[in-house]
Design a protein around this ligand. Structure first.
Ligand SMILES: [Zn+2]
Length: 78
């Protein structure tokens, strides 16, 4: 889960980049906050650096894979 205090610091967008599910260790397409689709854990990742790998954290059900979905995108790509 990602948290914020001031909603007026965020703007909603409808871009398809928020719908893409990324495998672990993928090059980060946009700087921002990503959530694990398996458990909701959030991480910050920077453009062109890699999203966390498969062994980043453990799920109670080991069959649930780690996948990353963009939650909050930085204004600039990098
Ligand atoms: Zn997870």
């Amino acid at each position: 889960m990602a948290y914020y205090k001031y909603a007026n610091f965020l703007s909603q967008q409808q871009g398809t980049e928020f719908d893409v599910i990324h495998p672990p260790a993928t090059a980060t397409p946009f700087s921002g906050i990503y959530r694990c689709t398996g458990c909701g854990l959030s991480v910050t990742s920077v453009y062109e650096h890699h999203l966390p790998p498969q062994n980043h954290h453990q799920h109670a059900n080991y069959l649930v894979p780690i996948r990353w979905q963009l939650t909050v995108k930085s204004h600039y790509r990098q």
